[in-house]
Design a protein around this ligand. Structure first.
Ligand SMILES: [Zn+2]
Length: 124
């Protein structure tokens, strides 16, 4: 997972995925703190070819359905979705409004469990 630079990729074979986790806070970890446990991830996506077509309800031939939500294993299902084979696609860019402060933490936690190396996170 590379930080975004303020520059669009040159390739048009890019899938942009905007995601957001929702969480419960029922798990107390101390007297004053609870653990955020993801119970839903919602995402919208489009490819660099159809980004100007704003109709979110229309599926596209190349990048498919534009809205997805996962709630059985939100983190694992999001990662599986991001890693799905897409022959037309060179790169998937996942974007969250508060990635650094919140949403990416769930992915990083899972990366630790899966023993991902930084190279896999940056290039995988
Ligand atoms: Zn598309």
């Amino acid at each position: 997972m590379a930080p975004l630079v303020n520059e669009l990729p040159k390739s048009d074979k890019v899938l942009f995925v905007f995601y957001e986790f929702e969480t419960t806070q029922d798990t107390r970890i101390s007297d004053s703190a609870t653990l955020h446990v993801s119970n839903l991830v919602y995402l919208q996506q489009f490819c660099s070819r159809c980004e100007i077509q704003a109709d979110i309800d229309t599926d596209f031939e190349r990048c498919g359905r534009r809205r997805h939500s996962f709630w059985e294993d939100p983190v694992g299902d999001l990662l599986s979705h991001l890693c799905e084979p897409r022959p037309w696609c060179d790169r998937v860019i996942a974007i969250a409004h508060n990635a650094r402060g919140f949403d990416a933490q769930f992915i990083l936690d899972r990366a630790i469990v899966l023993k991902w190396t930084p190279e896999l996170i940056l290039n995988g």
